[in-house]
Design a protein around this ligand. Structure first.
Ligand code: WA2
Length: 278
C-alpha cells in the first residue's frame, strides 16, 4: 500500500504522543514545584515558630484550598523526624503512638519485605503528623517502616532534591507514586556533603500522585482521545512497571515518547498506538 500515507500516519501518531507526554510532564513539574513550596511553608510556620502555627486542621484546609496548584496529586502528607530517644515524649505530646505500616503478619502487600527487614525498635522514625483529608488515615504511621517510602525519604534527605518512588500499592489500596522533599533545620549550602544533609533533616513532605485517575482526567481534556491508546511506564529497572493504561499489545505502529519527571535516577516512557487500523 501507499507508503506516503503510512508515513503521514506515523508522523501524526508521533505528534499526538509527544503532545500528551509534554502535557503530562508539564503538569508533573508544576505539581512538583508547588510541593517544594509546601515544604518551605511547613518549615517556616511549623518548625521555625514556637509554638507552631500549623495544626492538622489548618494544614488540611490549606492543602485542600491549594490543591488546584498540584493537578496530578490526590493528596499531600508531612512526616516529622523523631529519634528513638525522643519517641516517648513525642507520643505523649501527640496523644497517639507511632505505628508501623503493613504490620499484619499475613498481609500480602509490597511492604512485607520491609516488615522482615525492620525488627525491634528503630533508631529513628518518620510518623506522619499532617495530611490532606483524603489521606488523614496515614497520620501516626512511620513512613520509614515501608520499603518504598523509606527509600524515598533516605534519597530525599541525602540529595536535597525532589525524589520519586516507583509505582506501588498505597495503604488505601490504590496504585500511586510518592514525590518527597526533605525539610532541613537550616538549609544546607548547595554543595553540602550528603552526611551534612542527613544530619540537618527534620521532616519529609510527600505528594501522592494517583497516576491512574489523574492521567486519565488529563488525557480526556485532549481532542482525539478516542483515537489513540496511551500507556505510561516506569522503565528504571529491567522490568517496566505500568503506571497508566492497559493492554499495551497489538501489532501495528507505536510511538515511544520519553517523559522527564525531574528525578534523574528514574526513567519513564509513554507508549502510544492507534486504536483503529487505517
Ligand atoms: N502517603 C499516603 N499513603 C501511603 C503512603 C504515603 N506516603 N505510603 C503508602 N501509602 C509523608 O515521603 C514522605 C507519604 C510519605 C511522605
Amino acid at each position: 500500500f501507499d507508503s506516503g500515507a503510512v508515513e503521514k500516519r506515523r508522523e501524526s501518531l508521533a505528534s499526538m504522543c509527544d503532545e500528551r507526554a509534554r502535557m503530562l510532564q508539564d503538569q508533573f513539574n508544576v505539581s512538583m514545584n508547588h510541593l517544594q513550596a509546601l515544604a518551605i511553608l511547613v518549615n517556616t510556620f511549623h518548625h521555625s515558630l514556637n509554638p507552631s502555627a500549623i495544626t492538622q486542621a489548618t494544614f488540611a484546609r490549606y492543602a485542600e484550598r491549594t490543591a488546584f496548584e498540584r493537578p496530578l496529586t490526590s493528596g499531600v502528607a508531612y512526616a516529622v523526624r523523631v529519634t528513638h530517644a525522643e519517641r516517648d515524649h513525642f507520643e505523649r505530646q501527640q496523644g497517639w503512638s507511632i505505628k508501623k505500616m503493613y504490620s499484619s503478619p499475613n498481609s500480602q502487600g509490597p511492604g512485607d519485605a520491609a516488615v522482615a527487614e525492620i525488627r525491634g525498635p528503630a533508631d529513628e522514625y518518620a510518623p506522619v503528623i499532617f495530611a490532606q483529608d483524603a489521606y488523614k488515615n496515614v497520620i501516626s504511621f512511620d513512613m520509614l517502616s515501608g520499603a518504598d517510602d523509606r527509600e524515598n525519604i533516605i534519597r530525599a534527605r541525602e540529595s536535597g532534591k525532589g525524589v520519586l518512588t516507583a509505582p506501588f500499592q498505597l495503604l488505601n489500596g490504590r496504585l500511586g507514586v510518592i514525590l518527597t522533599y526533605s525539610v532541613y533545620k537550616s538549609e544546607p549550602p548547595a554543595n553540602a556533603r550528603q552526611q551534612e544533609r542527613v544530619q540537618a533533616a527534620i521532616g519529609y513532605l510527600g505528594g501522592i500522585f494517583d497516576i491512574e485517575a489523574l492521567v486519565d482526567k488529563l488525557l480526556h481534556q485532549l481532542a482525539g482521545k478516542q483515537s489513540i491508546m496511551v500507556n505510561v511506564y516506569d522503565t528504571t529497572n529491567d522490568k517496566p512497571i505500568s503506571m497508566y493504561g492497559s493492554d499495551d499489545t497489538g501489532s501495528g505502529m507505536y510511538h515511544n515518547s520519553t517523559l522527564n519527571f525531574g528525578d534523574p535516577s528514574r526513567r519513564h516512557e509513554m507508549h502510544c498506538r492507534f486504536m483503529q487500523k487505517p
